[in-house]
Unconditional design. Structure first.
Length: 301
């Protein structure tokens, strides 16, 4: 039986999926026709429409709602987060990075479109994300500039990209636990925290709520990555939609390799409880986010 939580997840996912379809339509680029446009839109849409949990846009829409805003008006901000996340996955899968042939149960972008077009599709989503933020029709210039800055900081060379550099550097060596934690907070956590910031910006939230939202997202972001490490050992290719065991093959230091499965699960649970405690400022409206934290900690894919 579908719960209220499931219904809201489905509603948010449908909102994002509709927006993604709209933004991948050539009509959105009227007056800017080029011979490469259709090819790029096909490659971009292939990955952007390929399922996923839509966690980042979901968080942006929910924090906008919690802070008194209208989630529908925050859709461009939410979609931009998913564009950035998708571009990062396309690039992560490339042979020069993680060299993964499968993503969410389908061939990776570079296996379908070739390495060059996959690289360009990622670049296209990256740049379109900022165009989407800066052209959001229902946001003020101040909101758009604040959201764009938050997204750029999270996705850039001091955020997600820095985390990816550190992640690659951790292969073939035994990194210290604090190095792994910093890597994960940058590679995964920064964009999740940006979702909190952008949702709050869309609702003109005060500093207390914005700070609480970011704290929640920081903790579930790190817990999410720890669970990923666990699933790379305990999961299956069928459930995950991508190869398992790659961390071990690449001799990558992870929470599991450093702490073991049991302690890693305990730490993910501790972070989940800490995240839920950060939501007290939101009163009785926090139940969706509490259940989301629990579901992410207990997920199997």
């Amino acid at each position: 039986m579908m719960t209220g939580f499931d219904e809201r997840c489905r509603e948010y996912a449908e909102i994002i999926n509709r927006a993604a379809e709209q933004y991948m339509n050539a009509d959105m680029f009227s007056g800017r026709e080029s011979t490469g446009l259709d090819r790029m839109l096909e490659a971009m849409a292939y990955s952007l429409s390929n399922g996923g949990k839509r966690i980042r846009p979901m968080l942006a829409l929910e924090f906008c709602r919690l802070c008194g805003g209208e989630p529908e008006k925050a859709v461009p901000f939410a979609l931009a987060l998913e564009m950035i996340h998708t571009y990062s996955l396309i690039h992560d899968d490339l042979p020069c990075m993680d060299n993964d042939d499968m993503r969410r149960g389908k061939p990776s972008s570079h296996k379908v479109f070739g390495e060059a077009d996959a690289l360009l599709a990622g670049d296209g989503l990256l740049t379109l994300a900022f165009e989407t933020v800066l052209s959001a029709p229902d946001m003020t210039a101040e909101q758009k500039s604040a959201a764009g800055l938050a997204l750029a900081k999270a996705a850039g060379c001091s955020g997600m990209i820095a985390g990816q550099v550190m992640d690659l550097a951790n292969e073939g060596r035994k990194a210290e636990l604090d190095e792994v934690a910093k890597t994960d907070r940058l590679k995964t956590g920064e964009l999740i925290m940006a979702a909190a910031s952008m949702g709050c910006i869309a609702a003109n939230a005060d500093e207390d709520k914005t700070s609480a939202a970011r704290e929640y997202c920081a903790d579930i972001g790190l817990a999410f990555q720890i669970v990923d490490d666990i699933l790379d050992v305990t999961g299956s290719t069928e459930l995950l939609g991508k190869p398992v065991g790659s961390d071990g093959e690449n001799e990558k230091s992870t929470y599991v390799s450093l702490l073991g499965l049991e302690r890693s699960k305990e730490l993910a649970d501790e972070l989940t409880e800490k995240a839920k405690a950060a939501l007290s400022v939101f009163g009785d409206e926090k139940e969706f986010l509490i259940m989301l934290a629990d579901r992410l900690a207990d997920r199997k894919n």
